[in-house]
Structure formats: C-alpha cells, structure tokens
Design a protein around this ligand. Structure first.
Ligand code: ATP
Ligand code: MG
Length: 428
C-alpha cells in the first residue's frame, strides 16, 4: 500500500490530506486506473491523455476477462458504430477477421476498403443464405442447434411460444426435410414436411398423419412468410455458391429490411448461417462478429434466447461478439423485472464482460446503473458524455475513453452525410 504526501503543502488556506491509492482510485475512478495491459488495438486516449488499447482475445488469455464478448450502448449519434467500424478496421490489420450483421447498410465502405463487396440480402434478391445449413464437421451438437433454430424461427414468426405438440411437429418435420434433401435441409422442405408429414414422422409421435399435419399447420403457414411471402428469396434455399467469407471483413447488408417488424427474424437467420459457417471454418484467425442495431433481436423473447445461447459459444468458436444497442432498457424492453426477458438480459450482460457506455439520456441512467452496476460517479458521468467518449467497463475495471479517428478512417465511419447534405453539406 502506498501513501500519498500532502496534497498541497504550499497553500496555507487548504487543509492537508492523506489517502491511500485505493481511496484515490475510488474518488477519481477513471483518472487513477492503470492501463489494461497495453496490448491490443489503439482505441483512443483515457481521461489522463494516455493511450487506451484493447484486445479481448489477449485479455482472455491473460485471465483478465472470462469471456470476449462486448455490449456497446448509447444514444443515437453518439459514435457507437463509428467506434465499431474503426475497431474492426484496426483489428483486421492484425489479422483478425470480422463478420458484421448490418441492418442500416452502413458498413459497405468498410468492406470495400478491404476489397470485399457487402453481401446485400433483400426479398427476391440474388443472394440466399440457408439458416438450416448444418455445421457438419466441427459441431458435435449441430443437429440439436438446427432444431433449436427452427423452433426459434417458428416461435418468432408466430409471435408466441410453441405448444409442445407444435415443437414436436417442427422437430419431426426437420427430420423429414433432412431425409428428403440430398445435401442440406431447407425451409421450403420443412414447410412441405409440416403440411404433409411422413408416415414415419406421425407414427414416431403416435399420431395419424392428419393429426400431425393439424398440429404443424400454423407453423407451416407462418414459415411460408420466409418462403413465399414478404421475406421470400433470402433464406429459402441452399446458400448461393458465390457467397464467400474468406476475406478479412464480411458484411451482410440487411438494410432492405430495416424498419420491418421482421428484422429480428432476418438477423437470426443470418446469424445462424454465420454460426454454421464458423463451425465449418478451418481458418485459425480469431473472428469478431458484430450485431449492430441488436435491439431488433432482443424485442422477441425466443430470438433473444437464441442469441444468448449463441453468445455462450464464443469461446468454443474463437469468436468475440459485439452487440450494439441504444439503451439498457432495450435489453428488457419486453419484460418486467423478474420476467424471463429480464433474466435473459441479465444473462446477455454477464456473458459480455466488456461494456462500452456512450452518452445516455438522463431518464435511462437509472436502468443503466442497475443493469451494469455503475457507481454513483459513473452514473453521473454517463449522462454527460459527448460524442465519441465512452465509459468502458472491462471486467471490474473502468476507463473513460475518448475514441480517436484517423483521417483515413473518417470517410469509413461518417454517417452524417444525409444530415450535412440537407444543410448544404460541405459548404457550411
Ligand atoms: N470519435 C469520434 N470523433 C469524431 N467524429 C465521430 C466520432 N464518433 C462518431 N463521430 C461521428 O458522429 C457521427 C455519428 O456516429 P455514429 O454513426 O457512429 O453514431 P451511432 O451512435 O452509431 O448512431 P445510431 O444510434 O444512429 O446508429 C458519424 O458521422 C461519425 O463520423
Ligand atoms: Mg450506429
């Protein structure tokens, strides 16, 4: 324990004061923190002007984090996406690869800067991803995960939990679809199997074929939305062969669905396909998977539960997940304290040991303080943060970090073009 001398011996008007470094750290939480490890990509500067570097994989190796996942929370326009883009750009320089689910279609210039075109998913478009693609080689639990994903999609499409008979109907339809498809099960094959189940499927549940078809009928009609309805042509067949994820950055542009009530379903399908691809990947590089605008996923309990389960796989897959949200209350939007949604939000937070908090509206600070466990000083600080400055909670350490953007990166992160255009843009 080190003792500090009198704060100011020269000033006769000020009483002298002695304190331990532990007390000083409590009084000035961000100024008295030592650096993390100094390893990782440079994010910016801390309150004292020292460089702040971060790498979740290194911190995990050092035992300073027990999981590599991150949640980024902040009001509109505070710089959340700008931070994520420059972070991915800097990580790619060191050989990390990044996969982004991009609901606003704003990561395209980042992908192009690395020589990769963003993969644009839109109803009736050219690109299909198969969310039921089985993670063959690497994943011993692939079949169970495939069944869970199908149940999640059914429940999200119906907007309610499945009844036991419906869950069983989905399970046996998946088995029928796998047997009927020579390569991979697809959603159209599942819909077909739900509408017209096999004798074998019915007898495995001690039902007649017509009984089983009745139990699965609502599921089939709702899943048709992804096959023949407004969401057709994105997830209703084998993955388009030209889709490749071997570059340093791959961006799935979901902007055609931004604002749609189906965004959560679309993100889930895309994330499921990414996950299967990760299990099958032989690349040794660590991967960072970003879900920007993740509130769309958390609004639905079934989808949020699926996301949380996939968050837990981070260590097994060598992945660091990042979810970007507007408010802590996004995490609990559909649930009261004590509800399953509340518990899910808590689970997602405890599976994300790095929390990056940008400015919060005064009315949101209480929820943030409660969910993330902010001290009184931290809670006061987050309601006054300007654009580009965030409170970083890394494990049990806190840092106030000003994110610095290079001139080169500025073009990649700018989302103010429309605002500036409306005001006369560069001429102002
Ligand atoms: N650290 C920074 N330094 C300078 N400019 C910044 C910084 N961070 C963000 N900006 C600028 O602020 C604008 C808004 O940033 P950004 O799009 O990242 O906000 P956001 O928090 O993701 O907003 P939304 O919630 O709407 O997605 C961008 O044009 C970006 O260039
Ligand atoms: Mg953003």
């Amino acid at each position: 324990m080190s003792w500090l001398g009198d704060v100011d011996r020269r000033s006769p008007s000020l009483a002298s004061h002695r304190a331990t470094t532990a007390h000083l750290a409590a009084a000035f939480p961000f100024m008295a923190s030592s650096e993390l490890t100094g390893r990782g990509v440079l994010i910016g500067t801390d309150l004292g002007g020292s460089p702040f570097a971060y790498d979740p994989f290194h911190l995990y190796e050092q035992g300073l984090l027990t999981n590599p996942n991150m949640i980024v929370i902040g009001q509109i326009g505070r710089g959340k996406s700008a931070f994520v883009k420059s972070y991915l750009w800097r990580q790619a320089v060191f050989g990390r690869r990044a996969w982004v689910l991009d609901p606003k279609g704003e990561y395209g210039s980042l992908a192009r800067a690395w020589g990769a075109a963003p993969i644009a998913l839109r109803p009736g478009g050219d690109v299909r991803l198969n969310p039921l693609e089985l993670a063959g080689r690497g994943d011993p639990d692939g079949a169970r995960r495939q069944a869970e994903l199908l149940a999640t999609l059914c429940s999200a499409c119906l907007g309610r939990p499945l009844f036991p008979a419906e869950r069983a109907a989905a399970d046996v339809a998946l088995v029928d679809a796998v047997m009927g498809c020579r390569s991979q099960a697809t959603l159209p094959a599942v819909v077909e199997a739900l509408l017209d189940p096999s004798e074998q499927a019915a007898s495995s549940l001690r039902m007649s074929k017509s009984q089983l078809a009745r139990e699965g009928r609502d599921l089939a009609l709702e899943l048709r939305r992804l096959v023949l309805g407004d969401l057709r042509g994105m997830f209703d067949g084998p993955t388009t062969p030209s889709v490749r994820l071997d570059g340093p950055i791959a961006v799935l542009d979901l902007s055609a669905l931004y604002g749609s009530d189906a965004l959560g379903i679309v993100i889930t399908c895309a994330a499921a396909w990414l996950q299967a691809t990760l299990w099958n990947s032989t690349a040794s590089a660590h991967t960072i998977v970003v879900v920007d605008e993740a509130w769309a996923v958390l609004a639905d309990v079934a989808v949020a539960r699926w996301l949380q389960a996939s968050w837990k796989l981070a260590r097994a897959l060598g992945v660091a997940n990042i979810a970007v949200l507007h408010r802590c209350s996004d995490l609990t939007a559909a649930g009261e304290a004590g509800s399953s949604q509340w518990a899910l939000a808590g689970g997602l937070l405890s599976d994300s040991e790095t929390r990056v908090l940008y400015g919060q509206a005064p009315g949101e600070v209480g929820a943030a303080a409660q969910a993330i466990g902010l001290s009184r000083t931290e809670a006061q600080v987050v309601s006054h943060l300007g654009r580009g400055t965030a409170l970083w909670k890394v494990g049990n350490r806190s840092f106030l970090v000003r994110h610095r953007i290079s001139d080169l990166e500025r073009e990649l992160v700018d989302t103010d073009v429309a605002m500036q255009a409306g005001l006369g843009g560069e001429n102002l």
